[in-house]
Design a protein around this ligand. Structure first.
Ligand code: HEM
Length: 128
């Protein structure tokens, strides 16, 4: 028996798609996040679905189309403060709640995302 990836265990494409849609709905209306994202989040949403698929051990959809993720470098054009990292994680937490993602796999994914989000921080404004 082949060992299943977290991607498969979480419910594959269907779950990732619901999660990322719920996430960007929140990003679009978050006062700290909306200003740095495009108005039309269609392409951002598509890329994030590809990225999270491979992040969770599913097919390498992101890399196949866009090359190495180099996530920190790709975020450098945007001012990512600790407050924005916190806001990003908050939107993700709420999206997970909304789609009913629960249990140890959720906790593991969320914990990894905390570390990744902290790694994206590239600006330390005062008053944060
Ligand atoms: C792209 C913000 C954390 C994955 C972007 C974009 C912004 C952004 C503004 C550009 C959107 C666009 O032009 O389409 C942030 C902020 C974060 C954060 C404020 C807070 C820490 C993360 C994390 C991940 C991630 C933790 C991974 C789990 C991506 C991906 C893209 C992206 C895959 C698309 C890159 C591409 O253009 O190919 N992010 N991000 N981001 N972000 Fe984040």
């Amino acid at each position: 028996e082949k060992v299943k990836s977290p991607y498969e265990l979480l419910g594959g494409e269907h779950t990732i798609s619901k999660l990322v849609d719920a996430f960007y709905n929140r990003v679009a209306s978050h006062p700290d996040l909306a200003p740095i994202f495009p108005i039309d989040l269609t392409e951002t949403t598509r890329k994030q679905k590809q990225f999270l698929t491979q992040y969770l051990g599913g097919p390498a959809l992101y890399t196949e189309e866009h090359g190495h993720p180099m996530l920190r470098a790709r975020h450098l054009p945007f001012e990512i403060t600790p407050a924005r990292a916190k806001a990003w994680l908050h939107c993700m937490h709420e999206a997970m709640d909304e789609i009913g993602l629960e249990g140890p796999l959720r906790d593991e994914l969320y914990h990894r995302l905390i570390l990744t989000a902290q790694h994206m921080v590239n600006s330390h404004e005062q008053n944060d």
